[in-house]
Design a protein around this ligand. Structure first.
Ligand code: CA
Ligand code: CA
Ligand code: CA
Ligand code: CA
Length: 389
């Protein structure tokens, strides 16, 4: 179109010069007019035959020579050369259809062949047929996407379109997505015919299972053989807090000797969380404890230690509920049971319950003279009492 306007502009310019006006008037009056049309594929080498002009115009080689046959006019006459000695038209410069016509089809250019004595003017139109000499290409090497693992089924992701400068069937036809579990591809077309791909989520992403998904988007044209271009799609799956912490054991069991010194190690609880960052960062705490509780838990490591005196005689067993919590607020709970072992920390205590002040001399053996109560706060072996006089 641009070429055409440009050429017309030039003609108008020429027409304003009186000499050319005269020349054209003369041409109109005396010339015989013929029109010939050739079709050749683009990208032919210099010297390739376009057509036998002499034959097609019904002129012999002598007439071409005597008439000093040559090409006149036309922006595109640099593309062709008239071999007057052979009566043929050949390619003078390789013709790139895409450069010459872009998206305009059909693609052609015209010029005139002039002969003198008498003057003859013949119009030649050369149509340039498309060759599938371009593959569809993507502008970028990779398409980087960040998609949350919570993205809902049916979510759309618009992708970059590819470009193939060839015309018609040799241009971009459709897109293909490499086989995968999560996405299907849909193709949309703009009013101007540009096709662009849209990826649709059909199965949920799971960052914990696949934090990264790599796909390939392929654009193909309709040539035979088909040409194609590929771009990598790199999907970074963004985390959401969809996993609560999970303790490694339902119950943790430990044993402690009473009067164990402060700082004595009891056990370590552990909960894992599959999420990343703060969503997977777990802290520990006791769920409900009395004041002056004998144990303490490290909120980061889950290590439980003794922080106060333990008296078997007061508590023989502790049952603690431990909570693990991620920074998103999801929790798990476990139980820690601590059996207290008795230590022999109590001496027996003797108390006199009743005692006879006097015993008669004829009292038989076996007569009770006093009742004592002996107590030991310890248990089992430590609480076993042996009395002797
Ligand atoms: Ca082409
Ligand atoms: Ca193509
Ligand atoms: Ca979590
Ligand atoms: Ca997650």
């Amino acid at each position: 179109m641009e070429t055409h306007q440009h050429r017309r502009g030039k003609w108008l310019l020429l027409l304003r010069t009186p000499l050319w006006q005269l020349f054209l008037v003369l041409l109109m009056s005396f010339s015989t007019h013929a029109q010939i049309r050739y079709s050749i594929p683009e990208e032919m080498k210099k010297g390739s035959l376009i057509g036998n002009v002499a034959q097609d115009l019904g002129l012999d080689l002598n007439r071409l020579r005597s008439g000093r046959a040559r090409i006149v006019s036309g922006e595109s006459n640099r593309y062709t050369e008239l071999k007057a000695d052979k009566g043929i038209l050949v390619v003078n410069e390789k013709i790139d259809r895409e450069q010459l016509c872009g998206e305009v089809t059909p693609c052609s250019f015209s010029f005139e062949i002039i002969l003198e004595n008498p003057i003859e003017l013949h119009r030649v139109t050369v149509e340039i047929l498309d060759v599938n000499d371009h593959a569809p290409t993507f502008k970028n090497k990779a398409i980087n996407l960040e998609i949350s693992e919570s993205a809902t089924i049916g979510s759309h992701f618009d992708l970059e379109s590819a470009y193939d400068p060839d015309a018609g069937i040799y241009g971009l036809q459709h897109y293909v997505l490499s086989p995968n579990d999560h996405f299907v591809l849909k193709q949309h077309s703009n009013a101007d015919g540009v096709k662009f791909p849209v990826m649709i989520l059909q199965k949920s992403l799971d960052r914990e299972l696949n934090p990264h998904v790599s796909l390939k988007l392929i654009a193909v044209d309709g040539g035979a053989p088909q040409r194609s271009g590929t771009v990598n799609i790199e999907i970074n799956v963004l985390d959401v807090n969809d996993n609560p912490p999970k303790f490694s054991q339902l119950v943790y069991k430990a044993v402690v000797v009473e009067n164990a010194p402060i700082g004595t190690y009891i056990t370590t609880v552990n909960a894992s969380d599959a999420d990343s960052g703060s969503d997977g960062l777990v802290t520990y705490s006791f769920s409900n404890v009395k004041r002056n509780f004998a144990f303490e838990i490290d909120s980061v490591s889950g290590r439980i230690t003794v922080v106060d005196n333990i008296d078997y005689e007061k508590d023989k067993k502790f049952e603690i509920r431990v909570i693990a919590k991620d920074q998103g607020g999801l929790t798990d709970a476990t139980k820690v049971t601590i059996d207290v072992l008795d230590a022999n920390d109590n001496a027996p205590v003797i108390s006199v319950m009743s005692f006879s002040n006097s015993v008669s001399e004829d009292a038989p053996p076996g007569t009770t003279v006093g009742v004592f109560n002996v107590k030991d706060a310890d248990s089992d072996r430590n609480g076993k009492i042996k009395c002797s006089v």
